[in-house]
Write a protein that binds this ligand. Structure first.
Ligand code: SF4
Length: 347
């Protein structure tokens, strides 16, 4: 393990164009304490692409998007998993590792998509359309996964829906991911939505092939077509990349649409010099640090408040105080596991 000076040098080499020096020095001190405790507790730290750069580049054993981290969580032999991401991700790790301690550094790390649908609402949809398979986005809580036939991420939504081998699929909760996926698969989409209380309002016509739900990501829903037009007017050579949780009228104007890992790979492999990422803004910093010869246009003041709650400081407290331990009731876990495994099998 590196000493504090070594961590500072590593962070400085990576982040000198991203963070001021005093912040790098301060974060290196905390990262050193996190690494010491990680070793002592035989822990593994998984870091989502939306984590702050100092955390992302100092203490994580594995980084990536939800799918990559789910795969890592499925194979780790560590005794403790610290999930530097949000609650639904830590729940997924617990579902895959019931005997291990899974820690989420902040209880404020929720998600507007995961909050958008309740089990009673999904039960009502299933009762209305019996036998229609349910694919739930990984950005759902375990009780929704437990009612689903399969999960998917933004990397593999189309593949999982096709793998259902059914004329109609219920795909929730993100309305925009569903619309972008329906477009890609050339399928007709309609939506169910929240009614009063936990009732559901169903579409008038039953001629859909994909039934979506009107949930959205509070970060990605904020990007507008004008943002893309303004970017192109100001930077004619820019490549604009969007996450599929953005509105279809936004993704239609972009050069590439894909998951966080897909966007990172696109930047690394492209011969272009300038990029704008329509996604959570910490990811722009992390991609900038990984590609110092390229320019990531700082469009962004859109920081996810849930991801922002997980800092290096919170990660240190999680290891020091064994908090916040994630638990999933066994019947729910078993059913959710089936849906997650189906996704992992599809690839
Ligand atoms: S960026 Fe959006 S989808 Fe991701 S955790 Fe935040 S609210 Fe949820």
């Amino acid at each position: 393990m590196k000493d504090q000076a070594g961590i500072y040098e590593t962070l400085k080499a990576k982040l000198q164009n991203v963070l001021p020096d005093f912040e790098i020095a301060y974060k290196a001190e905390i990262a050193y304490k996190v690494l010491e405790l990680k070793q002592k507790r035989r822990a593994v730290i998984l870091g989502h692409a939306y984590m702050e750069p100092a955390l992302y580049y100092s203490v994580c054993d594995f980084t990536g998007d939800s799918l990559e981290l789910s795969r890592r969580a499925a194979t780790t032999d560590a005794e403790v998993i610290v999930f530097c991401g949000v609650k639904f991700m830590a729940e997924t790790a617990k579902v895959l590792n019931p005997k291990k301690t899974v820690l989420l550094p902040s209880l404020r790390a929720g998600c507007s998509l995961a909050e958008s649908i309740a089990p009673k609402e999904l039960e009502a949809i299933k009762a209305r359309y019996p036998g229609v398979p349910v694919v739930s986005y990984i950005n759902t809580y375990a009780d929704i996964k437990a009612l689903s036939d399969a999960c998917c991420t933004s990397s593999n939504a189309s593949e999982v829906i096709q793998a259902m081998n059914a004329p109609r699929v219920i795909f929730l909760p993100d309305a925009f991911l569903a619309a972008n996926t329906a477009e890609e698969l050339d399928k007709k989409i309609s939506y169910a939505k929240k009614g009063a209380g936990q009732t559901v309002v169903f579409p008038d016509a039953d001629d859909w092939e994909i039934l979506g739900w009107q949930g959205s990501c509070e970060v990605h829903e904020r990007f507008q077509p004008e943002d893309v037009k303004n970017l192109r007017a100001q930077f004619p050579d820019v490549a604009v990349l969007a996450h599929p949780e953005c509105k279809p009228e936004v993704t239609a104007l972009c050069d590439f649409v894909g998951s966080t890992s897909g966007m990172a790979r696109y930047v690394a492999g492209s011969s272009k010099a300038r990029f704008a990422l329509l996604t959570e803004c910490a990811m722009g910093e992390n991609v900038q640090a990984a590609n110092p010869t390229k320019e990531i246009v700082r469009l962004c003041a859109i920081r996810c408040p849930h991801m922002n709650a997980v800092s290096l400081e919170a990660t240190l407290q999680a290891l020091q105080q064994n908090r916040h331990e994630i638990d999933v009731p066994e019947p729910t876990r078993k059913r959710a596991l089936g849906a997650i495994q189906r996704m992992l099998e599809v690839g």
